[in-house]
Design a protein around this ligand. Structure first.
Ligand code: THU
Length: 135
């Protein structure tokens, strides 16, 4: 994708979807918005559970929405929590790696950083991805 990334659009989409978060336990309402390689914008919010451990992060919602809406590769993601920037947790970096790969961009405190920098020496190497659209 050659089009430049509209981070303001992604941030506003993340802020908007965070209002739909189900976070009665942590009270931390997270929203995430991602750009897909075909240009569409997809979003997700965190959905907690009384078990705590089974909480679904906002990025899980994004990945679920990616598949639901036709698949593709993730190009960039912006995550916010209680209206502030959030860096995706370790588990979600692995999840994003599967669907975005090394060159996917994460907005970290306002600065786009490659996923390869945020999840160095990731497993598995991209060459073994099953996804035929892998980079
Ligand atoms: N959370 C996310 O949704 N994404 C992250 O990257 C970090 C954490 C959620 C999980 C839980 O519902 C709340 O934030 C507090 O950890």
């Amino acid at each position: 994708m050659t089009k430049s990334i509209d981070w303001t659009l992604l941030r506003n989409a993340a802020l908007a979807v965070a209002k739909n978060a189900y976070a009665p336990y942590s009270k931390f309402r997270v929203g995430a918005a991602a750009l897909v390689d075909d240009g569409r914008i997809i979003t997700g919010c965190n959905v907690e559970n009384a078990s705590y451990g089974m909480t679904l992060c906002a990025e899980c919602g994004v990945v679920s929405e990616l598949a639901r809406s036709g698949g593709g590769r993730l190009v960039a993601i912006c995550t916010v929590g209680n209206d502030e920037a959030v860096t995706p947790c370790g588990r979600c970096r692995q999840l994003l790696w599967e669907h975005g790969g090394a060159n996917m961009l994460l907005e970290v405190n306002g600065v786009p950083r490659k996923l390869s920098e945020m999840l160095p020496v990731a497993f598995p190497e991209e060459s073994v991805f099953v996804n035929p659209k892998a980079d």
